[in-house]
Write a protein that binds this ligand. Sequence first.
Ligand code: AMP
Length: 542
Amino acid sequence: MRGLMMDTPLLITSIMRHAQRNFADRELVSVTSDNPRHRYTYGECFQRAAQLANALARLNLKPGDRVGTLAWNDYRHLEIYYAAACSGLICHTINPRLFEEQLVYIINHAEDRVLLTDPLFIPLLEKLVDRIKGVEQFVVLSGQQELADCELPNVVTYEEFIRGEPEQFAWPDLDENTAAGLCYTSGTTGNPKGVLFSHRSSVLHAYAICLPDVMCLSARDAMLPVVPMFHVNAWGLPYACPMIGAKIVFPGAKMADGPTLHALFEEEAVTISAGVPTVWLVLLEHLRANDAVLTHLQRVVVGGAACPKSIMEEFQNRHSVWVHHAWGMTEMSPVGTYNTLKPGMEVFTDEERWQVRAKQGRGMYGVEMKITDDDDNELPWDGKAFGALKVRGPWVCSDYYRLEGESDAHDADGWFETGDVATIDAEGFMQITDRTKDVIKSGGEWISSIELENTAVGHPAIHEAAVIGVAHPKWLERPLLVAVKKPDAEVTKEEILEFMTGKVAKWWLPDDVLFVDELPHTATGKLNKRGLRQQLVDYRFE
Ligand code: AMP
């Protein structure tokens, strides 16, 4: 027998309508290229989203067409999120830090028809424009930007684009499984892969991250997302905040700028913030140097990479801010686990509590986890056994965009293989211990070890090369190139690095090169990266 309840679709449009009705006066503050402190309300935001939807409709886009963004965290980016998704288009957020080849690949693979860009990226796009011919309209996210010298074809400013458009739009009744957002991840080998979020997955994920034992978001909060809106929808915050009426403070391009962040945190009375570990190092250093203390901030969510204990301690001891460790992936919308203590843990000693808080957290309702051994047997939750971490749930991807059926990211039972290796303890706290995927995460951004290895072996003196991530105090992980020279060949570290320069993004270049007589291999002859990481466990950059 079926239940007799309404089958109301879970649409991002419903978040927008709810915020318009209930939180129309709630403030949104942004740093943009044309205004150091723009402020307006949810009411105005969604009126302008309707204007943008009308402007996009004039371009004769088809339902499901991709609208690309190369943009920082600010109010115009939020308007694009809602205008695109709620009108049946797909908001494709692009990471501007990617290497040019990858940007071209992603824009073409997604077949973006419109590209909305921050003025800062105009020179970059001018270089790429001949290779991204599918883009029919460029929109520069600014008010009175002078575009006379801009070499992009069909280019207008955002304010020009939406000027005079009606402040209402006939938002379509969509199926809740309609695609809403697209984000490419380079967290695996090969070309970046597109993760295609639906309205339903975005709404459910937003509900989940608001929960008290997750981010505990409420109308009384002011959230400053340092995590970029081009990186998995700023961890879902652009949907969660309007859902509950939290104020949002967007740092624009200044997300790694200590003085700007400090001013925003204090002057806008920010209560909660979220970002990768590296940005917190910058902010804490600035606060220390200026003998300043954060007075409004209560909690910080740190994820994307393991959070060093020193960051948690400094926030707590100097600023009375509680750091919550979280873990997730682009493929998981992204939040999977979140670290809040369970009842009974208040009586723990400091040391015992730190041991729990260093872990990546407990699986939240909606994300099932398991760890398995090499033969796919499930391992116990005893905090000791470690194995491949697999997940499933309504906001975990079932496949990659335009690669349907081609990737081997899911096991036979449909569980998603995260590429992380973890333990799970009896209380359900998961801890990442290693990675099976061969990638390096530097300051929250991926570096492909395989691409570095292929580049290095292109040097005539190199026989074999392996690149592994090594702990780094600022970037948390940086690439180390370990190479075997060809017999009788002579080459120096400097020569190798010079050879690689220009062939990969500058920030990808290895921090050091070690020459060895041989590299470890598996039984099937593959490079044994895990073995190499173990061999070099004590290695430190100078
Ligand atoms: P991305 O898809 O770029 O968000 O990257 C997801 C990957 O980042 C995960 O599979 C992990 O390897 C890593 N990661 C994310 N959060 C954490 C964390 N809290 N601790 C350790 N690694 C993390």
